[in-house]
Design a binder for this molecule. Sequence first.
Ligand SMILES: Nc1nc2c(c(=O)[nH]1)N[C@H]1C(S)=C(S)[C@@H](COP(=O)(O)O)O[C@H]1N2
Ligand SMILES: [Mo]
Length: 422
Amino acid sequence: MVRQTDLQPVAGGGLLDRRLFLKRGLSFSVAVALAPETLASASDNERLAWMQKPGEPFSNYGQPSPHERKTIRWTMGNSMAPGNGVSWAPLQDLEGIITPSGLHFERHHNGVPQIDPDKHQLLIHGLVNKALVFDMATLQRYPMQSCYAFVECGGNSNAGWHEEPIQTAVGYFHGMASCSEWTGVPLRVVLSEAKIKGRAKWLIAEGADAAVMNISIPMEKALDDCLLAIYQNGERIRPENGYPLRLIVPGWEGVLNVKWLRRLHITNRPAMARNETAKYTELMPSGKSRQFTFVMDAKSLITSPSFGHKLDNKGLYQVSGLAWSGRGRISKVEISADGGQTWAEAQLQEPVLPKCFTRFRIPWQWNGKKTILKSRAIDETGYVQPERDALIMRRGRYGYFHYNAIVSWEISPEGNVSHVFA
Ligand SMILES: Nc1nc2c(c(=O)[nH]1)N[C@H]1C(S)=C(S)[C@@H](COP(=O)(O)O)O[C@H]1N2
Ligand SMILES: [Mo]
């Protein structure tokens, strides 16, 4: 039962106890009261046209409702090189922790190769005792495992480095991150088969795309939790996400998750490839550059309400959002509804998995006045998501990658949501 004390704010701006929505007897009081004549009226028969005739037959592959056509990836191509660019996941329209495969963000350097899986091979060579070639059929005979992991581009949220906040949907700002169940063969299994030599320190992974993208991964990580993924959310990986084989490097920069994986070169030094020298490195205030910034720091953002949403009137709302950390599990997400003066702990949706999206929710009684909503993630290592000023103090103004500052949404008295630096 909900008691009056449950509706007492636990922090400023009307944040309520995170367990309120789990209580029985909660009256949300937002649904329209039903007039008794509505059920049988003529206008209702018209409204329910789909009940007047049999529905559509079966389909070979299901598609979203035509009424959900606005829930799409936002693409940003490049007319000179159409295969180099990004599409963003519409995080503002999604719930739970899994990104539908067709909405998983995309980042390609030279387009999506159309690979015939029967012709695809994975080569392991270099500092090994036994160089090996796998075709897809052979790989599929190995014991598989699943991991739930986010992939986030190191360049995600980079608009946060701008002087002014951008007014755009969450997905268009932070949607170079997505989360799937990935299934395949643990990388360490095939590495042990190839018998890595003692002096091997790095693994250089290469894709079968026209960019022939390659990147260096320390052997310690390769032997830890990396996965040769063949399936994404239960089905074969989508072409744009690496079909038929991709590397999953949980918690680390997106660029390490090589798609269309064709080669693992075992070496004792990094390749110094383009994406670990010219790109995905940052000039620091000291004048030196950061390189090999593998781990994605803890981050969170409120996806509802967020830019583009409209609050109809004051009253009870559910604040919902995503948090994740490349270091492990999210231990806590705190929400502020008064611009960061006071904070309340949000409910974390189970299961809370390491290096995976975590959904948080908290009830909020909006008083109809202007206010600022924020979320702050804390991970199991004790790392606390920083305010923007603190991040800039540490990293300077020449950053482009690894922006993970607290996101602030200003709610106007009219219920409009805008992005502010506050
Ligand atoms: N072969 C290959 N792998 C690649 C890329 C690429 O262009 N080619 N892009 C990388 C980058 S920069 C990112 S952020 C992730 C994006 O993965 P996704 O497109 O499945 O979201 O893939 C990485 N793997
Ligand atoms: Mo990336």
